[in-house]
Design a protein around this ligand. Structure first.
Ligand SMILES: C[S@@+](CC[C@H](N)C(=O)[O-])C[C@H]1O[C@@H](n2cnc3c(N)ncnc32)[C@H](O)[C@@H]1O
Length: 188
């Protein structure tokens, strides 16, 4: 059996996949090099749809190439901020919205998610996700912007209406070098 708690990105996706079935619509809010996009495209299948956002052309090209190599054609790539997702996907329709915050590994580290925009994106995600669906956020606090972002995202999550949402935060508390942490929010 895979040791699920050793790699938080895999843990984040494995829980997310439990909320997705073939034919669903899902959102990859930060497609980066497309690893999460491919996992989501596989989960929704040919009848389903993935909307994948990134503000960097480089990320969209990497994702497009990765999707092509796997033969997936069920993904719409959007070069816009995740804060604009409501303009592309109806409210209460997505089974999952996935955020992998920070910067593109191997890319320009100055192009990173920033707290204010991330909070706008998370508000949009809560509108977009359907009842019974999940918003998954992978956070990195090993860089200055990430520390500020994590603090503000957790304050935002702690203040969510407990009658409408469940929010859970997972941190590998005995590991070094700031492994990523996970926030999950489910909508009633
Ligand atoms: C950690 S990477 C994502 C990794 C990706 N999930 C994967 O599987 O390869 C973060 C990405 O967020 C993108 N990004 C930054 N701000 C954004 C925004 N406002 N909207 C959408 N994407 C954004 C960056 O360009 C970068 O590609």
């Amino acid at each position: 059996m895979t040791n699920l708690i050793t790699k938080t990105t895999e843990l984040a996706m494995s829980v997310t996949l439990a909320y997705i079935k073939p034919g669903d619509t899902v959102v990859d809010a930060t497609c980066g090099s497309g690893q999460d996009t491919v996992a989501l495209a596989r989960a929704v299948g040919e009848e389903g749809h993935v909307f994948a956002f990134d503000i960097q052309k480089k990320a969209l090209l990497l994702t497009e190439a990765r999707l092509h190599s796997h033969g997936y054609t069920n993904v719409k790539l959007v070069m816009q901020s995740f804060a604009e997702m409501s303009g592309h996907i109806p409210a209460n329709s997505a089974a999952a919205v996935v955020f992998n915050l920070g910067y593109l590994p191997g890319g320009d580290h100055s192009i990173t998610t920033v707290a204010g925009t991330t909070l706008a994106g998370l508000d949009a995600a809560l509108r977009t996700v359907r009842p019974g669906g999940i918003v998954t956020v992978v956070l990195y606090d090993g860089h200055d912007e990430g520390r500020e972002e994590k603090q503000r995202v957790l304050e935002w999550a702690e203040a969510l209406d407990p009658g409408r949402y469940h929010a859970a935060f997972v941190s590998l508390i005995n590991q070094q070098n700031h492994p990523p942490e996970i926030l999950w929010i489910t909508k009633k």
